[in-house]
Design a protein around this ligand. Sequence first.
Ligand code: HPA
Ligand SMILES: [Zn+2]
Length: 335
Amino acid sequence: MIEFINNLPKAELHLHIEGSFEPELMFKIAQRNNIKIPYKSIKEIEEAYKFSCLQDFLDIYYQGAGVLITEQDFYDLTYSYLQKCAAQNVKHTEIMFDPQTHTHRGITFETVIKGISKACKDAEENLNVSSLLIMSYLRHLSEEDAFKTLEQSLPFKHLITAVGLDSSEKGNPPSKFKNVFEASIKQGYIPVAHAGEEGDADYVWEALDLLKIKRIDHGNNSLQDANLIKEIIKRNLALTVCPLSNTALKVVDNLKDHPLKKMLELGLNITINSDDPAYFGGQVNQNYIETQKALNLSKSQIYLLAKNSFKYSFLSEEKKEIYLLQLDEYYNNNK
Ligand code: HPA
Ligand SMILES: [Zn+2]
């Protein structure tokens, strides 16, 4: 089964590039930029990565991102993640980045987007991994600040496919960002949002009805509301579920209690993703492997999860078709 998962062609739809920042690379870039980080060794960093909730994690995640200064830093961070994609048979990835985490430290939007997008272009050519970008607004900041970010993104609109909403969920409902999402959609960006990770089902309703999202990031707490489940299925929206993130942030106590299998049985369109792999103990394949084991998922369920990852991507129908054919061929030869 492990080999079946490792070789399975798949896409990743929920990945924060700042959350892919491995300790080794963080040390290297910190040294290069003459920045002190509050850890003496990789062991100390790993010790610090013990979280009791989302906010606990976010404090450390923003601190880690603070060593990224130059276009080269953003390039190295992104290329390093894309190399991991190639090694895991991730054929396509939809990468979130948080511009405000960097612009608030005096790094220009241009530096961030140029470094990330150049790595994506090189990986497409050299590693055969395709990607697109999701610019995520930080929900603990104001809507006005998100509007500034939208404005800064416009010269680089051709490099960005979607907008997202992440950071501290509780107390920052989707309704706070209704206007900036409306403006983002007008600019041609596809809307997605984190909803129902720590927030309740009403936050997912708001994301659907007010932000008009085309995909739900996490969405675990949708299970609180049977009408919401029906609505998600009716709108044909997928949930980008992140099992190891959920256990690391205590959204779920134990992987054996994870609702993913129940979600599949309810007919929800589910995908498996790593969220912040450097912080949560595993890349996307590890998420598949551990979840399969904990929930005793069948090969056909694993196949369905990979199929959903392409089907609910924001690729063109033609490109989806190519990847889906590759996946079907793999499955027929290995089931
Ligand atoms: O899992 C997450 N939730 C909210 N914000 C985030 N930013 C990075 N990862 C996350
Ligand atoms: Zn996330």
